[in-house]
Ligand binder design. Sequence first.
Ligand code: NCD
Ligand code: ZN
Length: 344
Amino acid sequence: MEQITITRPDDWHLHVRTGAMLKTVIPHTARQFSRAIIMPNLTPPVSTVERAEQYHQEIIQAIPENLNFQPLMTLYLTDSTTVTEIKKAAESPIIFACKLYPAGATTNSDSGVSNISHIAAVLESMQEHDIPLLIHGEITDPECDIFDREKVFVETILAKITADFPALRIVLEHVTTVEAVQFVQDASEKIAATITPQHLMFNRNAILAGGIRPHHYCLPIIKREKHRLAIIAAATSGHSKFFLGTDSAPHLQSRKENSCGCAGCYSAHAAIELYAEVFDDVDKLDNLEAFASFNGADFYGLPRNTEKITLRRNNWIAPEYYLVDNDRLIPLQAGKSISWQLTE
Ligand code: NCD
Ligand code: ZN
């Protein structure tokens, strides 16, 4: 296959930040995707409908005029989120989900939930209003090995949430392990998962072999090869429970290349092209459209997009960096060759 035309895809997990960073990254996403689920982990977090409305406005203003792009907003759950706020979210035309960050699990998660028992009434209300719960699935126990945090979360906390709220729609975000894939496959049809390009492309050697590579550091941390093979099998299977969510998470170069570097890979500049490369490598390009354009929309109960995009086999070199004010944003595969390209 030299060329592939698919329904315009959506990104079901995206960080776009604010200000100058937002202005740099939004055009990259809007060029490829029709819609994206916007993560609410700003400081302060987007924990009210009112704040989500303001953020929505800021995003809309950053969309280039010639592009159609719809940001789908989310609410950040905290220990003090109220059932009243969930009711407001259910009535809001711009809010599509709520995000659970275990407190301390990742970037800007300090205001997250310290114990899920604190949000039992909120989860009950989300179940009643059929609002999807998006989960950063890692436990935060400092004693737990960082490579085991997802597996332990799935076996303990996720198992409990799914048992206590059987009708709640849940997306386990950015799955990275055999255990998470297996859990989602075996669970009810209410449970689905997103998969990022970096977890499909790399195993943990990419972070540590031959030197520390901060641009491959994200959370959940990239795992060993057997886990990568399991998520490749899930993503490329065409199975309706697995869909595209880049978790593109831009940080300034100075914050990544640092003695305590931030977690997050920036992939929005070439996301659909990177996924195409992965699907092509295992001869599954036929299933790219289900993963990128159908499964997520179907799970969220939104109409599938009608526009098309075309990708062709063509080597091109990813930029070394993008400018953000006086600093730089280093994209995934900076300066490296990518074998599929979106045609304009
Ligand atoms: C994300 C970020 O930078 O906001 N970082 C990451 O490594 N994925 C937060 C998150 O999704 O965990
Ligand atoms: Zn994320």
